[in-house]
Design a protein around this ligand. Structure first.
Ligand SMILES: Nc1ncnc2c1ncn2[C@@H]1O[C@H](COP(=O)(O)OP(=O)(O)OP(=O)(O)O)[C@@H](O)[C@H]1O
Length: 242
């Protein structure tokens, strides 16, 4: 069953149709990579799904709810998590504390750190294991490498019970080893989550993508498997600027 179903989504900025009659379906357990040339509307599509931008028209169904006009925090509560390019971890807290804050429903950080139940603690332990940061749990987040910081942020989204995780260029600035480890983390993540990933690095896309959707000028240009997309003449032309 589809976790996310988008139909006829539209948004304009001034006279520009940034997203134009766009359809997309994502299932649980799927990693969908969103590709397209600069200005194609990829980031705007993620903004429309998470509620950072409100659409002019169209329908977004998520996990049985119509969310098209919900606010960002309401969509987050339903399980849509967005990872932005600039990390939003608390640098002065440890990895473990960051995850506790993400998991907690308390408003004040001090309340979170003082009152944290056993079930939440074991959830944090399993997330640390999943994301490969168990050995770094007592480290200040400010001391993590670039790659580790990105993984911590993904871990924080899982701690908030995100079912669908949206990511904009997650491997930008990563070393080859970090990119490889990110591919391994994604493979584990998709057992329980769905991911939509905007990514330019084709070698990474080839490793992780179950399906690819290509956008150009706000519209869907093509969709299919990695091989189908790499052999698609329209896609080749869009990238070459013809
Ligand atoms: N808030 C905004 N106000 C006005 N125009 C915007 C806004 N956000 C995006 N745009 C425009 O909408 C179009 C789509 O932008 P978007 O950032 O979604 O493209 P993209 O495919 O993510 O590109 P890139 O790969 O360069 O990040 C672009 O022409 C952009 O300039």
């Amino acid at each position: 069953m589809a976790l996310l179903e988008i139909s006829d989504l539209n948004v304009q900025f001034g006279g520009l149709k940034a997203v134009d009659a766009f359809d997309l379906t994502v299932s649980k357990g799927e990693i969908l990579c969103l590709l397209g040339p600069n200005g194609a509307g990829k980031s705007t599509t993620l903004d429309l799904i998470c509620g950072k931008t409100q659409p002019d028209g169209g329908v977004i169904l998520f996990d049985g709810h119509e969310i098209s006009n919900m606010l960002e925090f309401q969509r987050a509560r339903l399980g849509i998590g967005r990872k932005f390019q600039v990390p939003t971890v608390f640098k002065e807290l440890t990895v473990n504390e960051n995850l506790r804050v993400a998991r907690s429903k308390h408003y004040r950080i001090i309340d979170t750190l003082m009152n944290f139940g056993d079930s939440n603690s074991s959830k944090v332990d399993s997330i640390l294991e999943l994301i490969g940061l168990t050995d770094r749990r007592s480290e200040m987040a400010g001391n993590l490498s670039h790659g580790e910081t990105q993984w911590l942020e993904i871990a924080m989204l899982i701690a908030q019970d995100s079912k669908l995780i949206l990511m904009d260029e997650p491997t930008a600035g990563m070393t080859i080893q970090e990119t490889q480890k990110t591919a391994e983390i994604f493979a584990t993540l998709k057992e329980e989550h769905a991911l939509i990933v905007v990514e330019h690095d084709m070698s990474f896309v080839r490793k992780v993508a179950d399906s690819i959707t290509v956008m150009a000028q706000g519209k869907k240009l093509a969709e299919g498997t990695v091989t189908e997309i790499e052999n698609n003449e329209d896609v080749k032309s869009a990238y070459l600027g013809h």
